[in-house]
Design a protein. Structure first.
Length: 468
């Protein structure tokens, strides 16, 4: 008894191509996907990858055709159908003709480069092998995927790492240093067109729905980076919220100016203000610790309407009027005396529960002395006198928090912190209008986020209402 060959409808095959297109989107490539079907069986798949492969010919169609030829053992694909989510360009049309494909089925029309029907009709040229052509299959779904991709690029522009040249006065930590980060599964995304960056590349995770009811802007301090928030981010995301975690220039995956003098209070603050505008962040809870607060607490007074909450952990307003704590002065002296201190070992001393791989993740951005200008600069940038850079801005912010802040606040203190611990946080609490009592964590030190899951869970509940 003969068995009828399996058949795959055009719509079902285009679904497979769309799945490939989403893989391209996840990798930061233009979302185009393709599959080759032979007698009801998929023999080749591909998605756009010219950036990743550093190959201008790595279009979805080309990759799928190569796979199909290998699977069938023949560069002629005479009994095959190519399904692709976007009308092919001239290069891909040439490859289709050489492969002697029987059918071409595409989704969205391409009014700029489409060489099947839109800009030109290459298959109508004399001597050109022409497959049977069906256009517009699932055109809406294919087109919407492309439209959303380019809309997000315009609004959020997380520039792919390979496209941004490195400035001569900066260094960039090799990506290999960040391999196998424990409990940090998020792929890197970058911005480079902030005015204050002046061409530097800045790493910034932007996760969750862009129209979420709450956006958590999480700012790290020195010598940490976005990895510090790995225990809090999943809680925020599980609540359906948006989470934005930048690495300040000089830290994490961001470019690192070579000279310590390039790091200035006003510059770093402006980078953050530019980022907020660039991403059009709204409904924000500002999450700060250490330098994340020294800088971050000066931000909301610029545009208070963007913020609905403050979550502050072991930080301060550096107005230049207060005496710096003995613990901070000892920290600054240590940084000046031992500029090559091991960041991972520092984290291990204050957080003995961390694994060796977690400690190594904190050290990862700073493989040598040339990558440590920010670590040398920041301890000496904390305003200690009223006329120090940043002190006047901090005093203006103090007035804002005391007299004009209308959002909710949650202040957490790690009691084991000798630098920005209980006395410092008590002073900050007195400056914030309607601030509740401090939430004390007896077991936590300076890097409170290492106990962050419980903090994040409480914060999600705490900021669920709009009452101050």
């Amino acid at each position: 008894m003969s068995v009828a060959p399996f058949t795959l409808s055009d719509e079902a095959a285009m679904d497979l191509a769309l799945a490939q297109a989403r893989r391209a989107q996840d990798a930061g490539e233009v979302p185009v996907g393709a599959v080759v079907v032979h007698q009801g069986r998929v023999v080749g798949v591909g998605h756009n990858s010219p950036i990743h492969d550093r190959d201008p010919s790595a279009h979805a169609e080309i990759i799928a055709l190569r796979q199909a030829a290998q699977a069938l053992g023949n560069y002629r694909l005479e009994d095959c159908t190519l399904y692709v989510t976007l009308e092919p360009c001239a290069m891909c049309c040439g490859a289709i003709a050489h492969a002697r494909l029987s059918r071409l089925v595409f989704g969205a029309f391409e009014p700029k480069t489409g060489a099947v029907q839109s800009i030109t009709r290459l298959f109508d040229l004399p001597g050109m092998h022409a497959p049977d052509i069906v256009g517009g299959v699932q055109a809406q779904a294919c087109g919407q995927l492309l439209q959303s991709f380019f809309r997000d690029k315009r609004l959020n522009t997380p520039t792919h790492a390979l496209l941004v040249p490195l400035r001569d006065d900066a260094v960039r930590t090799p990506e290999s240093c960040f391999s196998d980060l424990p409990d940090f599964p998020w792929s890197p995304t970058y911005v480079s067109d902030l005015p204050a960056l002046n061409g530097l590349r800045m790493h910034c995770l932007d996760l969750g729905p862009k129209n979420a009811a709450c956006t958590w802007l999480c700012l790290h301090g020195n010598p940490a980076w976005g990895y510090l928030y790995r225990k809090m981010m999943p809680v925020f995301l599980a609540a359906g919220h948006r989470v934005v975690v930048p690495d300040m220039p000089g830290f994490g995956r961001s470019d690192k100016p070579k000279k310590a003098g390039q790091h200035q209070f006003a510059w770093h603050r402006q980078v953050l203000l530019d980022l907020i505008h660039h991403l059009d962040l709204q409904h924000m809870v500002l999450v700060v610790q250490d330098w994340g607060g020294i800088l971050g607490l000066t931000l909301p007074m610029a545009e208070p309407w963007r913020y609905q909450g403050l979550l502050a952990m072991n930080t301060t307003l550096a107005t230049g009027r207060q005496t710096l704590s003995p613990g901070f002065l000892a920290w600054r002296q240590m940084c000046n005396d031992k500029p090559l201190f091991d960041v991972g070992r520092l984290m291990a001393r204050g957080n003995p529960h961390l694994s060796a791989s977690e400690c190594a993740a904190y050290q990862a951005p700073f493989p040598d002395a040339g990558h440590r200008a920010a670590l040398r600069a920041f301890p000496n940038l904390v305003p200690a006198r009223p006329d120090d850079a940043g002190a006047e801005l901090s005093r203006q912010a103090e007035v804002f928090w005391r007299e004009h802040w209308s959002g909710r606040s949650l202040l957490v203190v790690g009691e084991q912190d000798p630098v920005l611990g209980v006395p410092v946080m008590q002073s900050l609490q007195q400056c914030i209008r309607h601030a509740p009592p401090l939430w004390h964590l007896p077991q936590a030190g300076h890097f409170v986020q290492e106990h962050g899951q419980a903090i994040a869970q409480r914060a999600v509940v705490h900021f669920s209402t709009q009452e101050p």
